[in-house]
Design a protein around this ligand. Structure first.
Ligand SMILES: [Zn+2]
Length: 452
């Protein structure tokens, strides 16, 4: 017993010395001189601001702040600084193609392994960060938790990327979005991991608990992927179970009936705007239900005019009814026409994402409201608004800078010159400089065990 006490004391001394050593190394201070600083919440900009960053977080913001001796000064006085952007609904770990799978993602799932898809997701994350997206909600079709693995790897400091809000596999009633053969369904468990079949209250609870155990930070339900979708009671049960693990629920909706069940249950967020009626927009506004419209533009590489007109009209109506809107893409595809028409160069995942501005412009949404959807509403819908988003003391230093003013010309966001994530510079003068993000070990591992 005594021996153990002695060992304990020794351990305590070692720990205390460790803490003292850590305290003796103050976090580096960075001072950003911002020519203009946008607050998307109010849709206003302040000029000649200084942002002081200590380590990963913002310490002070204001005009004429004293810059401490030894601080690294970053001069963005010719640029407009704003919070990082949010894609509130995307899929980084699946890419279905025209060849060889004829755009049928069931085949992508058969042909591409979880490790391959996880690496695609890591690349997509870097490309998105390069275009100013510092937060991504990644909601399903992620193979075997590639989304949660990427979140973990970025959090631990292995590589750069946005803050990922992973859902794990989408939870749905028999069949998810697939129509498998009996032999594949019954004898080869083909649904999992693209979907978790959950057909009763017990199975819904179990599926949600498993997803949270494996790293989900949000829960994605297939409300009406099949005619035997979830009832209001099922959805309410999912919401209360998810809340136990700190998760909010997003419902994939493709029918007006399904949308109504999700609204009646008081879901956090509805994905895909096409089935929603003006009355339902009204109800969503009253209840504060976020809309991930996934508003696909009509581009040379994707879409058609008819579908685009419908999407634009729906987005416009949702805005008029004051639904809390997010910027969301549902990007999960690629084809060989995805090139810059002038230069012939491949478009990046970031280029494809920011191109969704076309829909918002066509719907004639005011620039300040587009910016709010891309920032503040994205942070709120991702349920991280208390840690990230506002450029205010105590928040993580996730910010970007562009030439021009997105409050008067939203297309200014297409040319991101500077990106900072967690207080580290990822892009400067329009060029990626991510070396500080790469490590051969989990340098950001919180003390103790990683709990996802
Ligand atoms: Zn989706």
């Amino acid at each position: 017993m005594k021996k153990r006490t002695g060992m304990f004391c020794l351990l305590l001394v070692v720990l205390l010395v460790g803490v003292a050593a850590a305290q003796s190394q103050p976090a580096p201070i960075t001072a950003i001189k911002a020519g203009r600083l946008i607050d998307p919440e109010t849709g206003t900009a302040a000029t000649n601001q200084v942002i002081l960053i200590e380590g990963e977080k913002i310490k002070a913001v204001g005009p004429n702040l004293a810059i401490p001796a030894g601080a690294v000064v970053i001069d963005l006085s010719k640029l407009t600084v704003l919070p990082g952007l949010v894609d509130a609904h995307t899929h980084m770990a699946i890419t279905y193609k025209e060849q060889p799978e004829n755009n049928y993602y069931y085949l992508t799932y058969i042909m591409e392994s979880t490790p391959l898809r996880a690496i695609q997701a890591a690349s997509n994350g870097i490309q998105l960060l390069n275009s100013g997206f510092t937060v991504v909600r990644d909601v399903g079709n992620n193979a075997l938790y590639a989304d949660a693995a990427l979140r973990q790897a970025i959090e631990q400091g292995w590589l750069p990327g946005p803050t990922v809000i992973p859902s794990g596999p989408m939870i749905g009633s028999t069949g998810g979005q697939f129509w498998p053969t009996p032999e594949m369904y019954k004898y080869h468990n083909i649904m999992f991991p693209e979907y978790i079949d959950a057909n009763s209250p017990d199975e819904i609870v179990r599926a949600i608990r498993e997803n949270m155990l494996f790293g989900a930070k949000t829960i994605k339900l297939c409300i009406d992927c099949k005619p035997w979708g979830y009832s209001v009671e099922d959805i309410k049960l999912a919401i209360s179970e998810a809340a136990k693990g700190g998760c909010k629920v997003e419902g994939h909706v493709q029918t007006t009936d399904g949308a109504q069940r999700a609204i009646d249950a008081g879901i956090h967020m509805i994905a895909h705007g096409n089935a929603l009626t003006p009355e339902q927009h009204q109800q969503m506004a009253v209840k504060g239900i976020f809309l991930n419209g996934t508003d696909t533009p009509f581009m040379p590489y994707r879409g058609n005019e008819q579908a685009f007109k419908r999407t634009v009209a729906n987005l416009r109506d949702a805005w008029e009814k004051k639904v809390p809107l997010t910027f969301s893409t549902d990007l999960d595809y690629w084809n060989e026409r995805m090139k810059n028409e002038k230069t012939g160069e491949w478009l990046t995942r970031g280029d494809l994402t920011i191109a969704f501005l076309e829909t918002w412009k066509a719907a004639d949404i005011p620039q300040a409201d587009i910016l709010r959807a891309m920032t503040i509403n994205g942070y709120k819908s991702a349920d991280i608004i208390k840690e990230r988003g506002p450029i205010k003391p105590g928040f993580y230093a996730d910010l970007i800078a562009v030439a021009g003013d997105p409050l008067t010309d939203i297309d200014a966001l297409r040319n991101v010159q500077f990106v900072m994530k967690n207080g580290m510079v990822f892009k400067k003068d329009g060029v990626m400089t991510p070396e500080k993000f790469f490590h051969p070990g989990p340098v950001r591992m919180p003390s103790g065990r990683w709990t996802r």
